[in-house]
Design a binder for this molecule. Structure first.
Ligand SMILES: Nc1ncnc2c1ncn2[C@@H]1O[C@H](COP(=O)(O)OP(=O)(O)OP(=O)(O)O)[C@@H](O)[C@H]1O
Length: 275
């Protein structure tokens, strides 16, 4: 993730690209627990939104609902005003790109071939450019011809990010990343968040599921906070990333150390106790 690739993304019309979740409910089984409980939230174009919450809060499930991979029991999800469920598959793939929490490629594809899969729905002549740009952005040029399955966990994660980058080139509306940093070293983790900020500047709505409060505090424009299937808080980072909002959700005593003025005064959280 070097940030040197040419900017090949056409900014979509910001006003038309928000992804909206309205009163969504979901259970995996008819008599099972409600995993997403009456959630409403809006994903703004041009912004990096971080989705936070404890384990089993429902974050990955909400992301899969937003992608149309799961069907809500009630409520609606729209992308650019259109219900995600009724989008033709190819358009859905051009509009929404996804980095899964887990999930590799089982076959002996090279890195370049895996990234090229992101262009399948676009099928344009600019495919090569988008693939090269994604490989450069994700610092993968030196392993582009290696077999995906033989890479380290962090390298594989960067390949999946590059595939989503290639996929979002052109008509991309939103990128949804589910814990994309779990295998990344510190430099690549920060490079990824900076890359997502650039994606947002190009007009995409970016949603990143994270566990690291300090990473969210540094890079988020907006934050969604989930707990037990509910959206506990949603808003600009400074309205959500506060000890009084976070402590009841995480059961942690937190102190917000004031950050640098150069960095917008963004806080750094210190854990002072476990409740
Ligand atoms: N395929 C499934 N079938 C049944 N229950 C599931 C399935 N996937 C997730 N769940 C349940 O749904 C709840 C929410 O899971 P989800 O993966 O959405 O949480 P999460 O907030 O992403 O958690 P984590 O931070 O641990 O990744 C959990 O109780 C989980 O056990």
């Amino acid at each position: 993730m070097t940030g040197t690739a040419a900017d090949s993304i056409t900014p979509p019309d910001a006003a038309a690209t928000a992804l909206a979740v309205r009163d969504v409910q979901f259970r995996y089984r008819a008599n099972g627990p409600t995993v997403v409980d009456n959630v409403s939230a809006t994903l703004a174009p041009g912004k990096v939104t971080c989705l936070l919450g404890p384990n089993a809060a429902g974050k990955s499930t909400l992301v899969k609902l937003m992608l149309g991979q799961l069907e809500p029991l009630a409520g609606a999800i729209t992308v650019a005003g259109e219900p995600v469920a009724s989008l033709p598959a190819a358009r859905r793939a051009r509009w929404l790109s996804y980095v899964p929490q887990r999930g590799g490629v089982q076959f002996a594809f090279t890195v370049r071939e895996v990234v090229a899969m992101g262009r399948f729905a676009a099928g344009t002549s600019s495919a090569g450019q988008a693939i090269d740009a994604a490989l450069i952005d994700c610092d993968l040029l030196d392993v582009a011809d290696r077999v995906f399955a033989e890479l380290s966990g962090g390298q594989q994660q960067r390949v999946l990010i590059a595939r989503a980058m290639a996929q979002s080139t052109g008509e991309g509306r939103a990128m949804l990343l589910d814990e994309p940093g779990s295998h990344l070293d510190l430099r690549h983790l920060h490079a990824l968040m900076q890359l997502m900020r650039r994606q947002a500047k190009r007009g995409l709505a970016v949603l990143v599921v994270l566990h690291d409060l300090n990473l969210a505090a540094r890079y988020a424009d907006a934050v969604w906070l989930m707990d037990h299937g509910k959206m506990v808080a949603e808003g600009p980072w400074h309205a959500v990333l506060r000890p009084d909002v976070l402590t009841p959700v995480y059961g942690l005593k937190l102190e917000a150390l004031s950050g640098d003025e150069d960095d917008d005064g963004r806080p750094v959280f210190r854990v002072t106790g476990v409740r």
